[in-house]
Design a protein around this ligand. Structure first.
Ligand SMILES: C[S@@+](CC[C@H](N)C(=O)[O-])C[C@H]1O[C@@H](n2cnc3c(N)ncnc32)[C@H](O)[C@@H]1O
Length: 182
């Protein structure tokens, strides 16, 4: 990645840590980065350098952890016209990358749900490290926790992940109202 993009990631991170984050400045810095480097840029901003492995808490038919791409998330945010007054829910939030990103991009409060305790711990570490007070993560099975909510699916429609996602999705959807951007 070009040095200037590394520097812009550092600046974005420093603003977040100092409580001086501004969603429109963040978006402008992000879209300045070439699309192929945006995922790495976000990982630098969030200080994510670890590849998270799935553990035994993932059910046999559960969708494994795989981060959504920044461009999928951007399209979802724009298509749903997500605003600071909204609440974004990520069903299957892993280590919190998407909930943190959507909050930083829009100012919306974000709630993640994940069944894997280790990933929930990682997400909580992330939110406390960056002091993201409007981002929270709940540990549990989405099929039982998801009540009435609207959410964007953050999983790219790649087989076989998408098919496996749909299993959790359909189980959860029986209990709620879902909007999918993927
Ligand atoms: C494809 S990843 C989602 C990645 C995340 N949305 C992101 O973009 O960074 C799927 C996640 O769903 C979680 N998961 C699978 N089955 C679940 C269930 N029944 N309830 C809650 N979370 C579940 C997995 O632990 C995994 O972290």
């Amino acid at each position: 990645m070009e040095e200037r993009f590394r520097e812009s990631a550092e600046r974005a991170r420093s603003s977040i840590e100092r409580g001086r984050h501004d969603p429109s400045t963040f978006r402008a810095a992000l879209v300045d980065v070439p699309a192929t480097a945006r995922d790495r840029w976000l990982d630098l901003v969030l200080g994510l350098d670890e590849l998270h492995e799935d553990g035994p808490a993932l059910p046999p038919d559960g969708v494994p952890y795989l981060p959504s791409s920044v461009d999928v998330l951007l399209r979802m945010v724009d298509a749903s016209d997500l605003r600071a007054s909204d609440v974004f829910v990520d069903v299957g939030s892993g280590p919190g990358r998407a909930v943190a990103f959507v909050h930083l991009l829009t100012g919306a409060a974000s709630v993640g749900i994940d069944i894997q305790p280790a990933l929930v711990r990682a997400a909580r570490d992330l939110t406390s490290r960056l002091r993201l007070s409007r981002v929270s993560v709940i540990e549990g099975d989405a099929a039982t926790l998801a009540g009435r909510m609207t959410t964007g699916c953050t999983v790219p429609p790649a087989e076989p992940v998408w098919r496996r996602c749909s299993t959790t999705w359909n189980r959860s959807r029986e209990r709620g109202r879902f909007a999918s951007a993927a």
